[in-house]
Design a protein around this ligand. Structure first.
Ligand SMILES: CC(C)(COP(=O)(O)OP(=O)(O)OC[C@H]1O[C@@H](n2cnc3c(N)ncnc32)[C@H](O)[C@@H]1OP(=O)(O)O)[C@@H](O)C(=O)NCCC(=O)NCCS
Length: 268
């Protein structure tokens, strides 16, 4: 438990859900609320205008079968998630392009509350897959995606968005893992119930290590950070080509290990 209060995720309903404190997660409506999302996006990613997802795209997402969901404290938007509708393997799915919680409200379960509502809303519309990309070097996000949500990854896109202006990306190639969130899968249900999504890691598991010094290196020594990134990229692409999937992460004294298993033998 952190110094800040945890929000009780509890069960969420597609219409809106209130946590134990005063946080309400619901659909965003209207230009003003979409503008609040863009303000939060600006505060979190600190990108130049050219890299911002603008208000019209929030309108498009909301009007074309995607989602714009907000976490509100009173009138204030303190978190949002935005997804566009897509089509994968002959079925509709959601591509969740951005999820952000304002710095002051992190690590209280609000990200999880947003994703939980996203899941309920998708399931209520007959959608059972949500995907999103994330930076494999962002170890907190990896923990959140794999261990708290039960997502897994078996695809890697080198420099997915090109080099951006966001200091979060530190001028490195925007390599991304694709998180697959199969909403009805046992691993997702286990993770959302606060259990280990993968209770039994098999003997064929391999690990890819991300040193904890890497975050700091991005600013201090970008060339070295880029070399480490390309080593990590080579390992992911090697194992994904062999049909392994990244299914969990584990903290180590040196940083964080991704745990990969042969996807065919694993419930994913
Ligand atoms: C990713 C993000 C949305 C998560 O929101 P959040 O409200 O902090 O999420 P939660 O509180 O529900 O869960 C975060 C978990 O990560 C854990 N965590 C925090 N810092 C961590 C770290 N350095 N390493 C590992 N885990 C960490 C928290 O303890 C919490 O786990 P717990 O529930 O077991 O305690 C938020 O961090 C964010 O806005 N990040 C910047 C934008 C971004 O990168 N978005 C994702 C890609 S689009």
């Amino acid at each position: 438990m952190k110094s800040r209060d945890k929000i009780d995720v509890g069960h969420s309903a597609p219409q809106g859900v209130e946590g134990a404190s005063t946080i309400l997660v619901r659909h965003c409506h209207g230009i003003e609320e979409f503008e609040s999302c863009v303000s939060l996006e600006r505060a979190v990613w600190k990108s130049a205008d050219i890299d911002l997802v603008p208000v019209p795209l929030f309108v498009v997402a909301a009007e074309t079968g995607g989602q714009v969901l907000g976490a509100f404290q009173g009138q204030d938007l303190i978190g949002f998630t935005m997804a566009v509708a897509g089509w994968r393997n002959h079925k509709p799915f959601l591509h969740s392009h951005m999820t952000a919680v304002s710095d002051a409200h992190r690590d209280r379960g609000i990200g999880r509350l947003l994703k939980s509502f996203q899941r309920d809303d998708a399931l209520a519309r007959g959608i059972s897959l949500v995907e999103w990309t994330f930076d494999p070097l962002a170890t907190k996000n990896a923990y959140f995606n794999f261990m708290r949500l039960g997502a897994f990854a078996r695809r890697y896109i080198p420099n997915a968005y090109g080099i951006t202006t966001s200091p979060l990306h530190a001028s490195l190639p925007t390599d991304r893992l694709i998180a697959e969130w199969h909403l009805r899968s046992p691993r997702v249900c286990r993770a959302l119930a606060g259990k280990q999504p993968d209770p039994a890691i098999g003997k064929k598991a391999v690990r890819i290590s991300v040193p904890k010094t890497l975050e700091a290196l991005r600013a201090a020594d970008p060339a070295k950070a880029a070399r480490m990134q390309s080593e990590i990229r080579a390992q992911f692409t090697h194992w994904f080509a062999k049909k392994y999937a990244a299914i969990a992460v584990a903290s180590t004294p040196a940083g964080l290990d991704y745990i990969l298993e042969p996807a065919g033998q694993k419930e994913v």
